[in-house]
Design a binder for this molecule. Structure first.
Ligand code: PAF
Length: 284
């Protein structure tokens, strides 16, 4: 496993691999790696000749009052996980290399960037898609792996790839959950034991909603889930919305495949989670 810290060197290495006929997989991360990331790496290991994991805590996707400085940085452990999972390259650029003072270009994915999390995290997705586009170009990857926990991020990246004619293929990967159902996230490390217990209710409530969605009407499903979410000790809901799986538009009575997406504060930690929901007649 090789650690590469410069964007231009990473691109040069990637181009050499392409010349040799290798297919490259990219797993973009902000570090603090966990089993969710390991599952993305495993998918790349299966599909690609070369796996690149990028570790970059991207300042442009954090708002001024958000947790950029506090975001968990666990480089030593991350490198161990990459090594154990047979990663070929870990790309760890500096902020100055990715966003030097003269950097002027940002990508926006209209509408999709302004709903759900975008309502509460202004400019977040602009920062995400810009860094993701840069990582695609630097890694010259054929495939890139995104977890479905960040469902809005996945849909926005897919849209950007289509709209800007990137040739990379986006591979969505299932949410990895703890035994309790809690979606694994780097931010779970902020939770106290008591808050973690509270957080475990989120996935249970979403699972129950997905059962209700099979047979019951939309307003019942939403109302019932909202009532339960509000009762989680220490919780404050940013949003709890049922949207169409395909384009994140609000679901209606004709929606067959939906996503129940939530962002909820438990104490000082903002957690997101979602469940895909299907009407009775559909199979996943
Ligand atoms: O999902 C993340 O960890 C980040 O948003 C990503 C895709 C690595 C971009 O910084």
């Amino acid at each position: 496993m090789r650690i590469v810290k410069s964007a231009s060197l990473m691109q040069k290495i990637a181009l050499e691999h392409i010349k040799n006929g290798d297919e490259i997989g990219l797993v973009p991360t902000m570090g603090a790696l966990h089993d969710g990331h390991a599952s993305l790496i495993a998918r790349s290991e299966k599909n690609d000749d070369i796996t690149i994991v990028s570790i970059f805590v991207n300042p442009t996707q954090f708002g001024p009052k958000e947790d950029y400085l506090k975001y968990p940085r666990t480089v030593k452990e991350d490198l161990e996980i990459c090594k154990e999972n047979h990663v070929d390259y870990v790309f760890m650029p500096s902020v100055n290399d990715m966003f030097p003072a003269e950097h002027k270009t940002f990508i926006e994915v209209k509408i999709l960037q302004d709903i759900l999390c975008g309502k509460f995290r202004q400019d977040h997705f602009r920062g995400v898609v810009t860094v993701v586009a840069k990582l695609f170009n630097i890694s010259c990857a054929d495939r890139s792996y995104f977890g479905m926990k960040d469902f809005q991020q996945l849909k926005i990246v897919e849209r950007m790839v289509k709209d800007l004619n990137f040739k990379i293929k986006i591979i969505p990967c299932p949410i990895i959950r703890e035994k309790s159902g809690l979606a694994i996230s780097s931010r779970n490390s902020y939770l106290s034991a008591k808050e973690k217990k509270s957080s475990e209710n989120i996935s249970r409530i979403l699972r129950e909603a997905s059962e209700d969605f099979k047979t019951k009407n939309l307003s019942f499903v939403k109302r019932s889930a909202l009532n339960k979410l509000k009762k989680i000790p220490g919780s404050k809901i940013d949003y709890a919305e049922i949207v169409n799986f395909s384009d994140l538009s609000f679901a209606d009575k004709n929606t067959e495949k939906a996503v129940f997406a939530v962002a909820i504060w438990i104490g000082k930690t903002r957690l997101i989670d979602n469940f895909v929901m299907l009407k009775q007649t559909q199979n996943i």
